[in-house]
Write a protein of this length. Sequence first.
Lengths: 361, 198
Amino acid sequence: MDWIDLGLVALRVVVIFGLLQVVTILLIWFERKVVADMQNRVGPDRAGPFGILQTVADGVKLFFKEQVTPRKVELGLYLAAPMLAAVPAFLMFMVVPFGRPVRINLGGEDRLIPIQGADLNIGLLYVLAMSSVAVYAVVLAGWSSGSKYPLLGGVRATAQAISYEAAMGLSLVPVVLFTGSLQLSEIVTAQSGSLTFFDRAIALPAWNVIVLAPSFLIFFIAAVAETNRAPFDLVEAEQEIVGGFHTEYSGLRFALFFLAEYINIFTMSGLAVTLFLGGWAGPTWDGSVPLLVSAVLPTVWFFLKVVVFLFIFVWLRATLPRLRYDQLMTLGWKRLIPASLVWLFFIGGAMAVRQFGLPWG
Amino acid sequence: MVELVIFALMGAVALAGAIGVVRARNPVYGAMGLMATLFALAVFYVVHLAHFVAVVQVIVYAGAVITLFLFVIMFVGVDRAEDLTEKLAVQRPVALIVLVGVVVAAGALVVTGNFDWVITSGEPQVVTGTIEEIGENLISVGPPSGREASRWLLPFEATSLLLIVAAVGAIALAFYRPRRKDEASGRRDAGPGSGSGP
């Protein structure tokens, strides 16, 4: 660990920090455009080509708006809540690998630079920890606003987060069992190459989504619920509780909540890609194309796969009606958790058979 | 050196959080103090290269337990400022006596040289082993490896005693509270220690 290593770590953190903000700007524009298309409207089209600068304009507007502080708020937590929303959102993406590690000669020695914030050996658990911390922002914002609609939103958020975190955690255990690692980079490399079926390669990628399809489905539903997106946006529910936890927030403080929500969507899409769709794995044609191209291609594959998920997120929002509260709880506790437990037992049995052979064999 | 700085910073956070838990008039702030303490503990685990324990600490305590606390606080609606007037009869003087006794005993240990601060030198290192070995190292008193093995048994048992004391104390505080007419009005006049029982 010399100063070049330290510099590389700092560089990666700064790059990801900037990347997430650019992604947010594009994602909000993307969502508005896609929803507009689905509803037969034009959508933003004034600022820049295709309205692509609309989010920048909105951001600047929010930046200069007055930050209203209602009289009955608990000031300390009211001010802390937007930061508590943004910080875990940024931290969570730090462990997602979005490119193949590159080997560069720096300072006289070859260094293997992972294209991710930090390659933790417990990356998956870290993601779960950060996503469970993220719920505090909503709960505290709801409570500290000193108003009844935000409080209802906060209570809803707590119940929803607890219910769907369990389902999400259980849906990830088969992935860990199957790949034998909690490290996201190893989960990605385990999915490279072709799928083997009884020791014979078949013409399908070795992505977890093919073998662990039920896990993927449960994970994605839970991810939509964790990000409080439609059809699970009971936390905000404009028609029932005004705006939920962020009713009393304005200006930059509201912008932080908004930023966190879209970063979380991006991170969850990135996680789905990493865990189930092979992450950055894809053809790179090493040797037959210039070195730079084959180094950048994995990142391109990653982002292409992520865009598919982002589109699904937007698609869900544009087409599905919001669940009722009891339907939300029924889906979480009576459908997803039992389903993931049954699937977990099945995968556990299959792994045991694979390792020890049939019990009567 | 880095370890020492982190220890000092996070130790301060942990202590401040712990004081906040018992001093905060509002239970939500108390829960936040507890969370700060638990996060500081997680940082300690990271410093000791126990990443797994640190993350599990955050998931279980900060993620699940405190969320549940907040949920209960919001649902039951006790998020009002508590009346901190002391209503316990003899506990405070007894606690003072015990505290003095502990300080004297600890001082005697240090003065007579029977106490050594557990200081590790050099870089921290990862020791891998089975869970069985961890358990044996933690609680075995016999001499598989001499005096070293019994070093952690006393702190371990003392911690469990502390947990029981905390549970009993919570029950005592919740039950021995004489009803008063002005209790509902949420008086804030008397600070802690100024009252001397009902």
